[in-house]
Unconditional design. Structure first.
Length: 267
């Protein structure tokens, strides 16, 4: 626990030392919500809209949940590879990985701050949307929490694979790029996937993030329970059981490859 707290403290001290970046991050979140608010006014609220009827016809709530979800997706995919890259640049990666702390703990602790920071931004974004722009949610927070926890774990496995690739390639992360772009466009973050052509809709349904976001909206907007979301939760649990061991395997492959090449600390 002391090591975990030390990594979190390091992340916090680093973050507050760049106050301008902190303000800009918050400003960007507020401006994004404001943009969606005025876009939603153009579209209007229509409970009979066939694409939004499951969410009460409320486009604003639909998109706000999508934005929050995508923030967590991006962090889950990129936190480990960004940690590896940052430590490479600072010249501390080799010392961390060769310490007496198990490798998986070092990587997890080092990435913790990214997750903590994203949860903070997520909470602020939801708060601004609810209190400043009047977004109405009928949330079942238990169900939403289960969906998010399984989604973060599942995508963290992909993020581990991405970090393994970064250890070898140093720059360029095709794993995060592809999954991030696909989940953002095909996952229905800004629009329902029902508006996509049939072949793209079929492709979208192959990504678990598409199902996870739909379940999160049902939990936060319609207040559905975990039991009613059981099929999606089962799918996400299955995805976790696949991605975490595969991601860990790819990461250890990258670690061993870089260590044999003597390039752990190179960037």
């Amino acid at each position: 626990m002391r090591k975990m707290a030390a990594f979190l403290l390091r992340g916090w001290l680093t973050e507050i030392s760049y106050r301008t970046a902190f303000v800009l991050d918050l400003g960007s979140a507020v401006m994004l919500i404001a943009t969606v608010y005025f876009l939603a006014r153009v579209i209007g609220a229509n409970p009979n809209n066939p694409y939004l009827s499951a969410y009460g016809g409320d486009y604003m709530a639909f998109v706000v949940v999508g934005i929050v979800f995508q923030l967590l997706v991006t962090t889950s995919l990129a936190a480990f590879s960004r940690t590896v890259r940052d430590e490479q640049i600072m010249g501390t990666l080799e010392f961390l990985f060769l310490s007496d702390t198990p490798l998986w703990r070092v990587l997890t602790y080092a990435a913790l701050w990214d997750f903590a920071w994203t949860w903070l931004i997520t909470a602020i974004t939801l708060g601004v949307a609810i209190f400043a722009f009047g977004v109405r949610l009928h949330a079942n927070f238990v169900a939403a929490g289960v969906v998010l926890a399984l989604t973060v774990l599942a995508l963290a496995g992909v993020g581990l694979a991405s970090a393994g690739v970064i250890l070898v390639t140093k720059r360029g992360d095709p794993v995060t790029w592809f999954v991030g772009i696909a989940s953002g466009f095909l996952g229905g973050v800004m629009f329902p996937i029902e508006v996509l052509p049939g072949w793209l809709r079929t492709l979208a349904l192959m990504f678990p993030t598409t199902h996870a976001l739909a379940a999160l909206r049902r939990a936060l907007i319609a207040g559905e329970s975990s039991s009613s979301l059981a099929p999606t939760l089962g799918l996400l649990a299955l995805f976790c059981s696949l991605t975490i061991p595969v991601g860990a395997g790819v990461f250890y492959w990258g670690f061993r490859t870089a260590r044999r090449a003597g390039s752990l600390s190179h960037y």
